[in-house]
Design a protein around this ligand. Sequence first.
Ligand SMILES: NC(=O)c1ccc[n+]([C@@H]2O[C@H](COP(=O)([O-])OP(=O)(O)OC[C@H]3O[C@@H](n4cnc5c(N)ncnc54)[C@H](O)[C@@H]3O)[C@@H](O)[C@H]2O)c1
Length: 355
Amino acid sequence: MSKITVGLVGHGYWGPNLLRNYMELETANPKWVCDSSPDRLKKAVARYPSVLTTTRFEDVLADPEVDAVLIATPISSHHVLAIQALQAGKHVFVEKPLAMSVDECDEMCAAAEERHLVLMVGHTFVYSPPVRAVKRILDSGELGDVYFITCSRVNLGLHQKDVSVVWDLAPHDLSILEYWLGETPLSVQAMGRSCINNGIPDVAFLSVHYASGVIAELQVSWLSPVKLRRTIIVGSKKMLMYDDTESVEKVKIFDQGVDYKDPETFGEFQLSYRTGGIFTPSVDNTEPLSLEAAHFIQCVATGAHPVTDGAAGRSVVAALEAAQRSLDGGVSIANERRGMLYGGPDQQLVGVRKP
Ligand SMILES: NC(=O)c1ccc[n+]([C@@H]2O[C@H](COP(=O)([O-])OP(=O)(O)OC[C@H]3O[C@@H](n4cnc5c(N)ncnc54)[C@H](O)[C@@H]3O)[C@@H](O)[C@H]2O)c1
């Protein structure tokens, strides 16, 4: 397979991770780095002297050798940059979330389809070996029917200037859940609070409901004394914990549960509790980003359809929009006095700003 030439736009916090992984791929040739900040370009050249740099995206698009563009800029610019790249005939990889609205996603998907170009979104965790291992466990039926899932993604994180914690962190869990369950959310309710920056929630709790009956609770926050990346799945047969902060035993299956026994006599109520062993499957520790990058290059080279395609990006954005509508709509306060405990008139109980 001849090398696929790529250009990266956005060399801020995350772009360097993409660049490193594409540099390490034998199948890719990262030729350009574009960033509107010349300082960010100096950092790229210091690390990779062979790379060409520019502050003008048009330079990357005008190079006929460039097959594909990688977009790692702030979310508000994803749509416009992706459309420009697709119109220039380039395949496109866009960091999560795909765009700021479902309408923008639809335009991006249509532009890619019209020109038979690959459009892939960076739902990185879908390529992560422990997430893939959990998918295999769920598909095998070992956990039984999934009752509910809880996800905690909190730490003392970087406060974003333009987007809330929902748009920054929830795409990870929403994309993981969609991959595991094979379904998109039916409804999303969200509650959040802007503790530091007025109007930009830095903590939010999302309640997600799926048609199969599965319910999920997502906790996302940039304010926490500890870093948690923990998901618990409770099934009718077994339970599972996926902890991405663990270096080795990221996935644990618990042979635990409660069974309801059919009553033998009227009025009898019996439950039997199972507290069996804990099993830890061995999981490969390849960096998810390198698997994601290899998949994108493979799709560009062969015309295959990416696992995290434009449609997958769109359904996560649809869930984020629903969460945002819920945040914007506020909460119904059952008890006036209790409501005041949460926030007075000058405090922001729910987010009012779109990213
Ligand atoms: N997959 C993951 O785990 C992961 C982790 C972090 C961030 N991200 C995503 O990566 C993207 C970038 O996030 P970040 O934290 O690196 O942001 P950032 O603000 O640190 O970096 C963005 C860079 O893009 C440049 N830029 C902005 N607009 C530009 C334009 N029009 N043309 C050229 N350069 C431009 C900025 O100068 C900056 O250097 C976001 O979509 C974010 O959600 C993904």
